[in-house]
Write a protein that binds this ligand. Structure first.
Ligand code: SF4
Ligand code: SF4
Length: 158
């Protein structure tokens, strides 16, 4: 959808331009890890044009598709991980849970279960959570991580 409308714009550009188009926003911070990403950011921010109505409509359609297909809205930013006293692989478990729900609703054997078993051997299991709340304080998405880990446990640790 994005490429149909703006074939030359990068995926990241849509996110940065969306943020910069909000009323009252004076500055957008963008994580970059190489010179190409820096050049890409500069290419559309040096002479910034806010999203027009057609572009905003595509963004909202894409957001709707993502929300419908992903049960746990974790962005894998990993801010929750470092402070967990039980070393629980929170974003990895959420990702496996989403994939399990999407691709294996019947609950038969799946590759997600193998990945889960590997993580659970090396890291804390969802059921190891002591509900200290450190992860929820750190989560920019304000996810109810403690409750969500119980759902993950119900699927993979039963
Ligand atoms: S609430 Fe659970 S998952 Fe979150 S930091 Fe504490 S032990 Fe880790
Ligand atoms: S802090 Fe929240 S959004 Fe980020 S990885 Fe952890 S659960 Fe996911």
């Amino acid at each position: 959808m994005f490429r149909d409308l703006q074939p030359d714009l990068s995926a990241a550009s849509w996110a940065v331009r969306f943020a910069a188009s909000q009323k009252g926003v004076l500055m957008v911070l963008s994580g970059m890890s190489n010179i190409e990403q820096l050049r890409d950011n500069i290419s559309y921010m040096i002479d910034f044009v806010p999203l027009n109505e057609a572009e905003l409509s595509v963004v909202h359609r894409a957001a709707g598709i993502i929300h419908e297909s992903v049960e746990i809205q974790c962005t894998a930013c990993r801010y929750c991980v470092e402070g967990c006293p039980k070393n629980i692989a929170i974003p990895e478990y959420f990702s496996l849970y989403n994939e399990e729900k999407r691709s294996n609703p019947g609950g038969g054997f799946s590759v997600q279960q193998s990945y889960f078993a590997n993580y659970a051997m090396l890291r804390g299991k969802p059921s190891d959570c002591i509900e200290c709340g450190a992860c929820e304080d750190a989560c920019p998405q304000k996810l109810p991580i403690i409750e969500l880990l119980k759902k993950v446990s119900g699927v993979f640790e039963k």
